[in-house]
Design a protein around this ligand. Structure first.
Ligand SMILES: Cc1cc2nc3c(=O)[nH]c(=O)nc-3n(C[C@H](O)[C@H](O)[C@H](O)COP(=O)(O)OP(=O)(O)OC[C@H]3O[C@@H](n4cnc5c(N)ncnc54)[C@H](O)[C@@H]3O)c2cc1C
Length: 248
């Protein structure tokens, strides 16, 4: 799908966690923005004189639904130029220019294999789009296992939505890894919650390699490097079964 430059303005902002906000952009002069779930756009933000130093990419967090509103889920990286702009300056009505959609981190129909989505923090964004796309458009699929990692319970993004999908989306399973929550009772949660990182969860559930499962991983390099090495080198999955989107 070819990309082009779009002019948009911010039409809604919501806190999603203490360090994360959701932003909705309405694209001007278009009735629909064609994209595939999992793709990203690159925004030209007024944070530097040099063009390339102004560009930052963000995954589209909502499903393609034939309208001109795109949702983004952005974490405040302390000291970061773009996130300082988003958290301190962007307000309702702020214009944002972006190009896209871009990227090959997408699912290919028919979904005839199990899907395992592994992410930390705002790495949830492309999976939120994919899962919403499957649920909203009732796309046939097999099992979907979302494994999400964050530090504390207040960092669990889209929690209510995924909690609800466990009941309504056939084959959907939700596991959360909390790396810095001092103490919690797993039975307080209607989904699986574990102490630690995301890795022990897929190492436990997918330890015997099989050809009918695909892994999709999204987030920052430390987590992705470890997950890719675990799946391919430790467990013996084929490279073609392991897909990832690197945020930085
Ligand atoms: C395809 C793609 C999609 C993306 N989608 C999203 C998204 O949906 N949501 C989102 O929040 N971000 C997303 N990002 C990351 C985003 O593009 C920016 O990099 C991020 O917002 C930080 O930009 P910044 O200007 O604030 O920070 P920068 O000025 O670029 O970076 C400075 C800050 O980032 C920290 N930092 C840099 N690298 C790392 C790292 N590997 N691990 C931890 N800290 C690091 C530094 O310590 C510093 O505080 C995506 C990136 C790509 C490539």
């Amino acid at each position: 799908m070819p990309w082009k430059w779009y002019d948009s303005k911010v039409v809604r902002i919501e806190d999603e966690s203490p360090a994360t906000k959701r932003f909705w952009l309405e694209v001007e002069g278009e009735t629909a923005i064609p994209f595939e779930a999992g793709q990203f756009v690159t925004m030209d933000l007024p944070i530097h004189d040099k063009r390339l130093k102004r560009w930052r990419s963000y995954s589209i967090a909502n499903a393609p639904n034939h309208d001109n509103i795109l949702e983004f889920c952005i974490v405040n990286m302390n000291g970061g130029g773009a996130t300082r702009y988003f958290f301190e300056e962007v307000a309702l009505g702020t214009p944002i220019r972006f190009k896209g959609p871009d990227g090959n981190f997408v699912l290919h129909e028919p979904f005839d294999r199990d899907l395992v989505f592994i992410c930390t923090g705002t790495g949830i964004a492309p999976f939120r789009s994919m899962i919403q796309d499957i649920a909203l458009h009732e796309k046939p699929h097999r099992n979907i296992h979302l494994i999400f990692g964050t530090r504390n319970t207040d960092g669990i993004l889209y929690r209510n939505e995924f909690e609800a999908l466990q009941k309504t989306l056939p084959g959907f399973r939700y596991s959360v890894a909390l790396s810095r929550e001092a103490s919690f009772n797993p039975s307080d949660f209607p989904f699986e919650v574990q102490n630690g990182y995301v890795h022990p969860i897929y190492l436990r559930d997918y330890q015997t390699p099989r050809s009918d499962v695909d892994f999709y991983i999204c987030g920052w390099s430390n987590m992705i490097d470890e997950a890719v090495a675990n799946l391919i080198l430790k467990l013996g999955y084929e490279k073609s079964q392991v897909h990832y989107e690197l945020y930085g």
